[in-house]
Design a protein around this ligand. Structure first.
Ligand code: ZN
Length: 133
């Protein structure tokens, strides 16, 4: 794993959260994107080398809606950049981590992504992401 690519934060209202984080960072999101397959709307802020992703559920079936229902708004996942997501998935599977998807899937911000179940990572949902070139 190369670096923390971004931190994902679950929010109830993306428009309001965008205003808060624009004030916080002094600069607006560089990208907003809806990922239909994940039932989320997202926005991305650059923070030096890293990014912050805000996620709002687009419908009640969204994992973000369920997360907020259970835990409220807050840090939802930490994403690490990898060069070869399939190789990392195989390596981590062998190490006993629970990977939530069998194959990498298309995520926001031009990435292939997969998630590790928090029960195998001390309560933190982890995303691996590989830039699509
Ligand atoms: Zn993410």
């Amino acid at each position: 794993m190369n670096k923390i690519e971004h931190i994902g934060i679950a929010v109830k209202d993306l428009k309001i959260a965008n205003e808060v984080y624009t004030k916080l960072f002094g600069t607006p999101p560089y990208k907003t994107e809806t990922v239909e397959s994940e039932n989320v709307s997202t926005s991305f802020f650059k923070v030096g080398e890293s990014k912050v992703e805000l996620l709002e559920a687009t419908n009640p079936e969204s994992a973000i809606a369920k997360f907020i229902e259970k835990k409220g708004e807050g840090v939802h996942h930490i994403a690490y950049a990898v060069d070869d997501i399939k190789a990392e998935m195989n390596r981590l599977k062998k190490e006993g981590f629970v990977i939530l998807n069998d194959a990498p899937k298309r995520g926001a911000d031009n990435k292939l992504v997969c998630f590790l179940h928090p029960k195998s990572t001390n309560g933190v949902l982890i995303e691996l992401c590989q830039e699509i070139k």
